[in-house]
Unconditional design. Sequence first.
Length: 309
Amino acid sequence: MTSTPPPAPAPARDRRALAAACTTVVLWASAFVSIRSAGDAYSPGALALGRLLAGTLVLGAILLVRREGLPGRGAWPGIAGSGLLWFGLYMVVLNWGEREVDAGTAAMVVNTGPLLIALLSAGLLGEGLPRRLLAGMAVSFAGAAVVGVSLSGEEGASVLGVLLCLLAAVAYAGGVVAQKPALRHGSALQVTTFGCLTGTVACLPFAGTLVSEAAAAPVPATLNMVYLGVFPTALAFTTWAYALARTTAGRMGATTYAVPALVVLMSWVLLDEIPAPLAVGGGVLCLAGVALSRSRAGRAGRGGPEDRR
């Protein structure tokens, strides 16, 4: 009697994708703190352009060293969409929003984006909405809301700032959904590099402002801008694309619900902002929702294809 050979060892790849997603989440959380630090010296458009220039230079150098060349023709519509929405519009309006609200509140509002990602992915990419993903989203969204309430303070958050962060969430969601199909025609590095380049070109009208502000900016603010380009952009967007190519957009979007909790912790350590107990509780809920959204339904052989990814 011939036994059926075991399937290919997917868990190793899954662990690499999870490690890439975790790297992205930590670096994106640090970006909210760095944007607040650099925002005193750089206006929203100039900060976005400086960040994108640094990111494009690093990504371009790596692309040349690896000799990956250009992605396939089918990748370009998604690259253009993600470049304009996510690398361009998202970064400008998020920088603007963080001039009006604190980093934790901005992170909470922006992280309504995964809800939009899941809905858009279900409608445009046919990914479906597994029950565990929906349950994880609900738990994490509740945690993000708790974090936001805990950070609102006595004076509340700026209405303009909240609206700008909501616009950033929409741009983020649209960029993710546009990027997913592009990864079928190009590598994570290719799609990220040329998306970043597209966003850089879109932000070139801010070049004059960047030059004048850089001349007067303190060194720490400029270093924060460079950090934003090298780590939360060049590295984190590449690890994001790597993980996104190996799972669904909805599941990846749910992973970023951990960001507000990490922003609270980083603000505590780096900005000496002590989180309230309510914020800690919200952070725990965020992480619990992420764990639930990424868990497998039942044992092997149960659940649909989405649950077994």
